[in-house]
Design a protein around this ligand. Structure first.
Ligand code: ZN
Length: 65
């Protein structure tokens, strides 16, 4: 019954902004120092998210003006 990560009862889960997998808020990776608040299941997904954002050329932090 424990063949997959489960969210402990009472702990809120948030979807990873990159892969949309639900991760417990307590273990979600949340970058600091950015305008937006997104949660990621790991640093890899965060980098992927930033790379995608830069490729789209919209909302990328530090893109200047
Ligand atoms: Zn993810």
């Amino acid at each position: 019954m424990t063949d997959k990560p489960v969210t402990p009862p009472g702990e809120p889960a948030v979807p990873c902004a990159a892969c949309l997998k639900e991760v417990p808020l307590g273990t979600a990776f949340t970058p600091e120092g950015v305008d937006y608040v997104e949660h990621f299941c790991g640093i890899g997904c965060h980098r992927h998210f930033i790379a995608e954002a830069k490729r789209r050329g919209a909302g990328a932090p530090g893109s200047g003006a």
